[in-house]
Ligand binder design. Structure first.
Ligand SMILES: C[S@@+](CC[C@H](N)C(=O)[O-])C[C@H]1O[C@@H](n2cnc3c(N)ncnc32)[C@H](O)[C@@H]1O
Length: 293
């Protein structure tokens, strides 16, 4: 089982091959990619540099230090928590175990939000992102809509620290403000656009989550009561009073929840118009939107 206790120097080529074997043996699907990402993180280079330097050797001391990262991955800790970073939209965001690792699917809500803002011709739009986590949605919108003012909330103070740090890194702290609170608590004013990717895992699904999610990502970011709909009920009900006329509510949804959430929005049919569901690139329902009448 190399390179668990390396007895000699090894080339980058050998390390990648043997690390991939160890990760595969543990049942990690993305073994080769993870081996390369972790090694490039460890060597502080990009992945292409690894291939250019395939025959370079790493010392036993280096191998011992690298092995500590692999042991973490073997326990199913997500790569993003080991490296402390994750690509989202046009950023590499800082992440830690206080925040959900932003998913590529969440870029759909960013695309939709930009689309509705542009088609509504909003100037200086006020945007609210509820449950901002690492700040992924809020910061992407602030970057893409340069005259927007964005308010980002979370009930987790630790998550907000990560989001604020990301805002500083990307020079967006002047246009994004952060509020600690439960949903709309402590938020004042009204908004042209409200976005949220709320927790949406119900009891039955929670038990089936992969270990890398359930054992490492914050329960606060995932758990949404017995049915998984708890946050949608509150958001759909409360957002109406916080939207400006013709303002949009956009929610990320779990793939199997769209009919229930669509019904919830229809129940508030006097409140929302132009309700529509957008699928992600895998064809699964991913975002629901509705406009305040
Ligand atoms: C699914 S994560 C989404 C994080 C981020 N927006 C993203 O898309 O990557 C949900 C977030 O909602 C936050 N949250 C949970 N309950 C909340 C509440 N009652 N009020 C505000 N935020 C809450 C969690 O702390 C977490 O950051």
């Amino acid at each position: 089982m190399l390179p668990e206790k390396p007895s000699k120097n090894m080339t980058i080529r050998e390390i990648i091959r043997r690390t991939t074997q160890r990760l595969e043996a543990a049942g990690i699907d993305s073994a080769r990619l993870d081996a390369e990402v972790l090694l490039s993180f460890f060597l502080n280079c990009d992945r292409t540099q690894l291939f250019k330097n395939y025959e370079e050797q790493m010392t036993r001391d280096q191998l011992g230090a690298f092995d500590k990262l692999i042991v973490r991955r073997l326990s199913f800790e997500p790569v993003a928590y080991i490296t402390g970073r994750k690509e989202f939209w046009s950023f590499t965001l800082e992440v830690n175990r206080d925040v959900l690792i932003p998913r590529p699917d969440t870029e759909i809500i960013v695309e939709e939000a930009i689309g509705v803002c542009r088609s509504a011709g909003c100037s200086r739009p006020q945007i609210l992102d509820i449950g901002t986590g690492s700040g992924a949605i809020a910061l992407a919108l602030a970057r893409e809509i340069p005259d927007a003012r964005v308010t980002a909330t979370d009930v987790s103070a630790a998550a907000l620290e990560v989001a604020k740090s990301n805002a500083r890194t990307f020079g967006l702290e002047d246009r994004v403000s952060f509020i600690l609170g439960d949903l709309f608590e402590n938020v004042s004013g009204t908004f042209d656009l409200i976005t949220s990717n709320p927790p949406y895992i119900g009891a039955a699904e929670y038990d089936t989550l992969a270990s890398g999610v359930k054992d490492f990502e914050p329960r606060l970011a995932l758990w949404a009561g017995e049915t998984g709909l708890e946050f949608y009920e509150k958001l759909i009900y409360q957002a109406h009073g916080r939207l400006r006329e013709k303002g949009w509510l956009l929610l990320e949804i779990g793939a199997k929840q769209h009919e229930m959430i669509h019904s919830l929005m229809m129940v508030h049919n006097d409140s929302y118009r132009d309700i529509a569901v957008r699928a992600d690139y895998a064809g699964l329902p991913r975002v629901i939107r509705g406009r305040r009448e």
